[in-house]
Design a binder for this molecule. Structure first.
Ligand code: MG
Length: 318
């Protein structure tokens, strides 16, 4: 059996002869899946990872344009390149294809060399785009997600939780205790190496794919935990604190211990339209401050509600 790391191309056409022809042209270089009607194509795309779609325009029932429209509505799928393949050579049809987000338009009969070349080009473009996007989301020093990605993730998870209703969202803000003293004592290169090790420890504590940990800035990090109430978030924060403690990275200038430690602030709430993400982050920051004041190397958490909002506002006023 050949190992199958080949890109997956989905060919959609209501004519079995066309499927056979295109399938044979691509079979050497790609794993080819086929669908004979629009609904089947949409179902396949939603269930199987696909790298590129060759889409017939004229099909009974859901035609190629309708399939493309549907795919572009789906968050995780809308980036898959779609090449329209059709016997219609009219300018208007081709224009519609591009307007709907197709990347190319090939007319039948297909020529093997041209088809292979165009499929190859669009797969390479897609690969490069994905790579660039991944890099633009990454913190150069630690390899964790960066602030930009964190902001996007927070906004997305906030919206999702509001939409779902009655769904917890927790954040953990943490930073390395006495890090300025660490840098002053050991130098910035050692400081960077320590941040990398702390980042690695953080990452290894997260178990769910939906949880995100990012470098917030400097020696600060942030975890976003969808569908997690305070108890789960503080338990994770405690695991993270212990993991960093367990690294046993010497810190001779620390006011806390003989090694590198972190302090963590946790805030949890059920997002609603009346509350804001900024407030959640502000409250996590407040908890981090309390953890510092309590002697550092500690976790402090708060469960928030619209009532806390009122209380904290009135506290600020008094
Ligand atoms: Mg057709």
């Amino acid at each position: 059996m050949r190992s199958d790391n080949r890109p997956v191309v989905l060919v959609v056409d209501d004519d079995p002869v066309n499927l056979e022809v295109v399938g044979q042209i691509l079979a050497d270089e790609y794993r080819v899946l086929v669908a004979t009607h629009g609904e089947q194509a949409v179902t396949l795309v939603e269930t199987v990872p696909i790298d590129l779609i060759l889409l017939d325009v004229v099909m009974p029932g859901m035609d190629g344009y309708a399939v493309c429209r549907r795919l572009k509505e789906l968050e995780t799928i809308c980036d898959i390149p779609v090449i329209f393949v059709t016997a219609i050579r009219e300018e208007q049809y081709e224009t519609t294809g591009f307007e709907l987000g197709g990347v190319d338009y090939i007319t039948k009969p297909v020529y093997p060399l041209i088809l292979r070349a165009r499929v190859k080009t669009h797969l390479e473009l897609k690969k490069n785009t994905d790579l660039l996007r991944a890099l633009s989301h990454q913190d150069g020093l630690t390899g964790l997600a960066n602030r930009r990605f964190l902001d996007q993730t927070l906004a997305l998870e906030w919206k999702r939780a509001v939409r779902r209703g009655n769904s917890w969202l927790s954040v953990i803000l943490l930073d390395v205790d006495c890090f300025k003293k660490y840098n002053d004592s050991y130098g910035h290169l050692a400081g960077d190496a320590t941040l990398r090790q702390v980042a690695h420890a953080l990452q290894s504590c997260l178990e769910r794919e939906t949880d995100c940990v990012a470098r917030y800035g400097g020696e600060e990090f942030c975890c976003v935990l969808p569908e997690t109430p305070l108890a789960g978030a503080t338990a994770l924060a405690e695991r993270i604190r212990k993991a960093v403690w367990g690294l046993e990275l010497p810190h001779r200038e620390s006011d806390v211990a003989d090694r590198v430690t972190i302090s963590l602030g946790v805030a949890a709430l059920i997002p609603t339209r009346a509350l804001t993400l900024e407030w959640l982050l502000g409250q996590a920051d407040e908890q981090l401050y309390l953890a510092k004041r309590a002697g550092r190397n500690a976790v402090q958490g708060v469960e928030l509600s619209a009532t806390t909002l009122v209380t904290s506002f009135s506290k600020r006023r008094s």
